[in-house]
Design a protein around this ligand. Sequence first.
Ligand code: 3PG
Length: 306
Amino acid sequence: MKKVLLATEKPFAAPAVTGIRKVFSDAGYELSVLEKYTGQEPLIQAVKVVNAMIIRSDVIDRNVIEQAPNLKIVVRAGAGYDNIDLNACTEKGVVAMNTPGQNSNAVAELLFGMMLYTARKQFNGDSGTELREKSIGIHGFGWVGRYVAAIAKGFGMKIHAYDPYVDATVFEKEGVTGHKDLQSLYESCQFITLHIPLTDTTKESVNYSLLSKMPKGATLINTARKEVISESSLLQMFEERNDFTYLADVQPDCAQKIAILYPGRYLFTPKKMGAQTEEANNNAGIAAAKQIVNFFEKGDVSCKVN
Ligand code: 3PG
């Protein structure tokens, strides 16, 4: 009997766990659940006997992989897999997958909530501004970026995008102004929203030379990864531009400093909330479970990332 571990430090909503359980019981697999754990030790203990794992932002480093001699597949129920040591997986013959698109709408909806809350002065009674007719620049036009474009259309925003991996015809089809370089995207948009993965190339790539190009009322929204931003550039922007606002679902390391020095110009969720909806949990969790069953029963490696 195959043994599967659902390891989620930040748990899924209960219906998602029920759905995942059903997929595995129908397949005749055994599921164990490790939620809200602290430190690596409980995870190390739990992986010792398993053949497969479903995780979220849980860190699967070389140490975890090496403590799991029977592990064949790890599925990140979500988009970003920078929390998995892919080299260690490959060396140990472990397949790593993600579940593209399954939690993307949740992330897109969250950033509009953050934008509205901030544009309306955090509901403090002062006059705010509207999103209509404002320009939004989507940096990274993958799944989340496309959901953002669809919602922005409803708000009547002017939509711009940059993605070197996306063909210009896609931007046209989506009714979005495509940019060939990042400078021109940042110059054109009051709101910039980041939807790029964390890689060696993107690390600290959102820097002062880009941010300083943003027009008046510049608002940067980061629901991707904190590391894609240069924090020294972020602080420089706060210092030099009193019209600059930063909204993040992934608190920067300098969050405390920003909170003290620049009140009212930032919004940080206390815990990463982008994908934390019942729907996203269901979609990503159940997709991950099905991918594991299809991998073992049919050899399907469709969403493999290593
Ligand atoms: C993702 O990469 O899918 C998102 O950042 C969501 O992460 P989470 O599952 O930890 O909420």
